[in-house]
Design a protein around this ligand. Sequence first.
Ligand code: ADP
Ligand code: ADP
Length: 208
Amino acid sequence: MTLLQVEGLSKIYPDGTKALDNLNLEIRPGEFVVVIGPSGAGKSTLLRSLNRMIEPTNGKIRFKGEETMGIKGKKLREMRRHMGMIFQGYNLVTRVSVIKNVLHGRLGYMSPFKGALGLYSKSDTEAAKSMLQRVGLYEQMYKRADELSGGQQQRVGIARALSQKPDLILADEPIASLDPASSETIMHYLYTICKGGGHRLPVQSSSG
Ligand code: ADP
Ligand code: ADP
């Protein structure tokens, strides 16, 4: 079974930059794939093409057996729900609490006002808390995201991605701005999650 199948993927930016040239890639469930290359090689372009944050110029992308090129609206949002995304810069809403950041992910960013109005359901809230427990941030859940260390913020990013129960996690340089110890923790988490052990991640001290 193939989880993701990419055929002949190309991306030429409007200014003529050829970032991807006829790329083929296949990922099976449980596979941990690392894309390595110098800055400018096209890594971000590839990841953003997979979830269609960037519109590829050419090629085919099949995700869970379904052609994703050209899908729009509700179908596109549905596909993205199954692709968790983790970024280098954490991409958290810095002014709101850790738990709200996780809840936003779970609700697919549908309504930023929902939380302010206290409209998160009990089951959403419980699920978010359990994700935060998994990444060792239960104690920090009501802190503002920007009060956490870089490594902790990236763990929030992981909890947020996991809360969507994704079939695939796309991580774009997830450790680029972290110190070696935090980097090791994050890579260990991602690997453990990939291999199906995400429900019992090793508990970390709150410092890393
Ligand atoms: P990284 O190497 O970490 O991917 P880059 O510096 O290449 O970061 O890119 C940072 C952002 O700038 C990305 O959103 C990318 O799409 C955009 N970008 C990079 N190169 C160009 C360019 N030549 N013209 C316009 N935007 C660019
Ligand atoms: P990487 O993630 O490997 O650093 P990128 O995917 O960010 O590489 O960039 C691949 C190439 O595409 C680079 O030459 C970059 O300058 C260019 N590029 C990225 N984003 C844009 C953009 N929005 N417009 C034009 N060129 C871009």
